[in-house]
Design a protein around this ligand. Structure first.
Ligand code: OAD
Length: 242
């Protein structure tokens, strides 16, 4: 893409597609079903109130699964881009992910916003702390901070709940020269609206996705292919072919 020299501040949004090649299922591919439940139906506060065991079992399974997965070439490339970008004067990169796995961290990303929370912390509804957590929650363990049992829930943002750190995300967007969306279907707001927000501010927009997403038409440019291929290629381009 042209005008590369003018790009200083980059905001990147990632979704499930960036982790797909690490073996983590996306939400809307493969029918989006888990044990005959629509994934969206286990990811709501109403589902948790109605059938907490079902919801806890689902997240226990996902939490266990991610711990056996490894970051792929796309995660590593984004970690590399951040490290190199930080060396440039007055340049900033903010990575916003909808993913609740920790593969970006393990791929080297540090300036990272988990807008939908994460699998590896739990949220205690008794003391409001978010302790690190790797074990199942189904057996209602006590909170390591306050000791109250049965009040820990997944620290994941469910449909109908407010995503985390929205002010920081919009602040980063308002200072950005380039917005890049990677591996996300553009189906879930508010993340799906970031591209329109960016366009409204005259920020250049690029989509990297396996196929055209629902929001493709909003982007200045779209490149299609598996994340492990298109992301490292784009990162090399940004870093001047290094
Ligand atoms: P989706 O499952 O909706 O979309 C995944 C996107 O990744 C699709 O556009 C795929 O075409 C693309 N994709 C699949 N494999 C890919 C690959 N190897 N390389 C590149 N792209 C690939 O997942 P998200 O957009 O992340 O929210 O979903 C957004 C939110 O909806 C999630 O964070 C979650 C979900 O329900 C909550 O839980 C609140």
């Amino acid at each position: 893409m042209g005008q590369m020299n003018e790009i200083r501040n980059i905001v990147i949004l990632t979704g499930a597609g960036v982790s797909a090649e690490s073996g983590i299922d996306t939400f809307r591919d493969a029918g989006g079903l888990w044990e005959q439940h629509k994934v969206e139906d286990v990811a709501t506060p109403e589902a948790f109130a109605r059938d907490p065991d079902l919801v806890l079992r689902f997240y226990d399974m996902r939490r266990e699964a991610i711990q056996t997965k490894e970051p792929n070439a796309a995660h590593h490339a984004l970690g590399r881009l951040e490290a190199e970008w930080a060396k440039r004067e007055d340049c900033e990169l903010t990575l916003v992910t909808q993913n609740v796995d920790d593969l970006h961290e393990r791929g080297g990303s540090e300036r990272l916003i988990h807008m939908h929370g994460g699998h590896l912390t739990a949220w205690c509804l008794a003391c409001d702390n978010r302790p690190e957590w790797r074990e199942p929650l189904l057996d209602r363990p006590p909170c390591p901070t306050c000791g109250v049992a049965g009040k820990l829930r997944p620290d994941v943002v469910w449909f109908g709940e407010m995503p985390y750190q929205m002010e920081e995300i919009y602040a980063a967007l308002s200072a950005a020269d380039l917005f890049v969306s990677i591996g996300t279907s553009g189906a879930v707001y508010p993340a799906a609206g970031f591209v329109q927000e960016a366009r409204g501010q005259g920020i250049r927009t690029l989509e990297l996705n396996l196929e055209p997403s629902q929001g493709s038409a909003y982007f200045d440019e779209s490149r299609h292919g598996p994340a492990t291929q298109v992301v490292p290629e784009w990162v090399d381009e940004m870093l001047g072919g290094l």
